[in-house]
Design a protein around this ligand. Structure first.
Ligand SMILES: Nc1ncnc2c1ncn2[C@@H]1O[C@H](COP(=O)(O)OP(=O)(O)OP(=O)(O)O)[C@@H](O)[C@H]1O
Length: 243
């Protein structure tokens, strides 16, 4: 359902992504892990079609993000890092705006917005301006925007960032509910939530993929058998290089 092929991206002389490939099938939640600066957000932005790769392509539901971008983006929901939102709008105004931009048929918009408000658990803040919401609620409104058109592929850059434990649990539950019918990629720095949330984990380091395994398989690659120690071992050189 999502096919990431040999992506490369440089910012000037900085090679941020150096040939990343992986595929995600329907029913899979993939944790996209790596240290700060590993290239996760850059890769996710290329998958979402907001940043053009220097090399490579991404197929979303069979459509190329390069040569058939509109069709590919129609099959994709993307929550960017620190999601940009329209601060003067209320959440329903924002969702109505997106429903129109996403060309959801007029007769289906009300239902889509109501379903999304319930799924993202934002019914308590519908009358408030997005700019006045707490960070956690803004994150959930961003998530609502990503799932409004019920896309088969979701790319979520740190969806639980800034949420309190209850909200984190609600987002994890929402992802679990959506998982059987979608291919989902989630980046997170909270390794403890990976086994609970993800079927597979891809670890990137300095722009390259260094592991692609189940969370349990990844954890077994360290002597201690924990995800934290496997993460440290597999990305160790970067830690030393930056000390
Ligand atoms: N717009 C940009 N211009 C120049 N360099 C950039 C830009 N965006 C990212 N980089 C660099 O590219 C590399 C990869 O950054 P990226 O944000 O993709 O990493 P990340 O894995 O998402 O990191 P984090 O976990 O800190 O969010 C880093 O070295 C970063 O400094």
């Amino acid at each position: 359902m999502l096919d990431v092929r040999s992506l490369e991206k440089a910012y000037g002389s900085k090679q941020a992504v150096r040939g990343i490939s992986f595929a995600v099938e329907k029913g899979t939640v993939l944790g996209f892990l790596g240290p700060n600066g590993a290239g996760k957000s850059t890769t996710m932005r290329m998958i979402a079609g907001v940043l053009e790769p220097d090399v490579g392509d991404v197929l979303i539901d069979g459509k190329s993000i390069i040569s058939d971008r509109r069709a590919a983006q129609a099959a994709l929901g993307y929550l960017p890092e620190g999601a940009p939102l329209y601060n003067d709008m209320t959440p329903p105004e924002f969702l109505a705006f997106l429903a129109s931009a996403r060309q959801i048929p007029k007769g289906q918009r009300k239902n889509a917005i109501e379903r999304t408000i319930a799924d993202a658990r934002i019914s308590g803040v519908l009358g408030q301006r997005i700019g006045a919401l707490s960070k956690g609620y803004r994150r959930r409104v961003g998530l609502a925007g990503a799932i409004l058109h019920d896309p088969p592929v979701l790319v979520l850059d740190e969806p639980t960032d800034g949420l309190d434990p209850n909200q984190k649990r609600a987002v994890r539950a929402l992802i679990a509910r959506m998982a059987p019918t979608k291919a989902i990629i989630i980046s997170t720095h909270t390794l403890t939530e990976v086994p609970a949330m993800c079927h597979r984990a891809v670890l990137v380091d300095r722009g390259q993929l260094v592991a692609d395994d189940t969370p349990e398989g990844l954890a077994r690659r360290s002597d201690e058998g924990s995800l934290e120690s496997a993460f440290a071992r597999l990305t160790d050189q970067v830690e030393e290089a930056t000390l």
